[in-house]
Write a protein that binds this ligand. Structure first.
Ligand SMILES: [Fe+2]
Ligand SMILES: [Fe+2]
Length: 278
């Protein structure tokens, strides 16, 4: 079981960032901005799902997962606080967060439902975040040329997503979640996630005035479908999730520990049980 350390990130997000903060690339900026817009509400959804399911476990299993769940909650709570600061700048730039509305609607659908559903949804989303994280950590050139503090923000978040990628999955299994529902929700979440991320990215580009520029589409094609592109690199791990014997720990996460070791000067560990300030 991984020891999930909560880290306080030592970067200054008070200063606004450039409109095309991702190395001057409008498409990549819009894509990352879209993802960031989903985090404050999305990660609260994951926290609630894992915490509620953990409370419903029998005492011996509760004790077994207590430290991991505490670490998971602490890491996600830190992410959502930092991305709220990041998103405040996006709002100042005139971007509009539609994705949050979609998450809010989804959240309402699960009120009063069997907690295994909401946990299967969380495990599916966590697999998506882990795939994105692994891609970003393996291809730091995607962020190259961006401000140092923003590269740090995205790579730190990626490293921690890779670090806690098993938590929701393990708690789902511990409360008796089965393979069929895990796969059913994963297929549904694939459709929902891809729709939401594309819709918000296009919306961001529209408000930015760069939607119909040739170089925006050129970057989209390269970032998504190039040799090291996001779609190409995530097809295999996406398919792996459908296997009956799949477990998130089977996916590589060396990049995460390497990054955390090499960048220990940009954060302060505050402990798994401590409330993580930002
Ligand atoms: Fe996160
Ligand atoms: Fe996560």
């Amino acid at each position: 079981m991984p020891e999930l350390v909560v880290r306080r990130l030592l970067i200054d997000l008070a200063q606004p960032m450039a409109r095309h903060w991702c190395a001057g690339d409008a498409f990549r900026t819009a894509l990352f901005n879209a993802l960031s817009m989903s985090f404050p509400l999305g990660e609260q959804f994951f926290i609630d799902a894992v915490r509620d399911a953990h409370k419903a476990l029998p005492p011996d299993l509760q004790a077994q997962y207590a430290a991991e769940v505490r670490g998971f909650v602490g890491q996600e709570a830190t992410h959502r606080r930092i991305h709220t600061l990041f998103n405040n700048h996006l709002e100042q730039q005139g971007l509009r967060n539609r994705w949050a509305l979609s998450i809010e609607k989804q959240r309402k659908l699960f009120v009063g439902q069997d907690p295994r559903h909401v946990l299967a949804v969380t495990a599916a989303n966590e697999h998506f975040t882990a795939m994105l994280a692994e891609w970003l950590l393996s291809h730091p050139e995607v962020l190259q040329g961006s401000e140092e503090r923003l590269q740090t923000l995205w790579l730190w978040h990626s490293a921690e997503e890779a670090e806690h990628k098993s938590t929701a999955f393990d708690v789902y299994q511990a409360i008796g979640g089965n393979h069929t529902w895990r796969i059913t929700w994963f297929r549904r979440i694939t459709l929902i996630f891809v729709t939401d991320v594309l819709r918000q990215t296009v919306n961001n580009l529209h408000h930015d005035g760069t939607l119909w520029q040739w170089r925006t589409w050129k970057s989209a094609a390269h970032t998504l479908f190039g040799r090291d592109g996001l779609v190409r690199k995530t097809v295999r791990p996406w398919r792996d999730y459908l296997r009956r014997d799949f477990h998130p720990s089977q996916q590589e996460s060396d990049q995460s520990s390497q990054w955390l070791r090499a960048h220990s000067d940009v954060f302060t560990p505050v402990g798994a049980s401590a409330k993580a300030p930002v």
